[in-house]
Design a protein around this ligand. Sequence first.
Ligand code: THU
Length: 153
Amino acid sequence: MEKRELKLDYWVYTKTYPVEYREICEKAVEATGRSYSIYSGFSVGAAVLLDSGEVFTGANQENVAYPSGLCAERTVLFYVGANRPDVAIKAMAIAACYRGELTADYISPCGACRQVMAEVIKRYGKDFDVILIGNQETILLKASALLPFAFDF
Ligand code: THU
């Protein structure tokens, strides 16, 4: 028997954004305004930077049949997968608003979104940066760090 350990690196930005990702951070915050979240009142925005330099955004879209709704992250990941299938993702920024205010703590993507991110890594054969935005602290980490032991076959 052998014990193994996983190390997870992440970078913390207090009251500021990573300089190279300022644009997608601002666009993720802006995208919360396009959330359709009349059931939860929780507005999530996501912005993706492609290797081509293009930026796309998404926002959570809810449905009266609750499980039919979709998280912000997957709205934009599926959009770019369908519209820019040959271009890899460089980074994704995520922000959330509740009662009109950016959440103090950054939010972290749900398990289903992490699995979709794992598929993006597999599809393009490279990892990408994820920036989780909070009103106090914003963190940057690799998408692969969000789901160690992701399902694959
Ligand atoms: N939501 C997202 O859009 N992204 C996340 O990372 C977590 C949750 C959405 C789903 C639902 O519309 C609302 O936030 C409350 O869970």
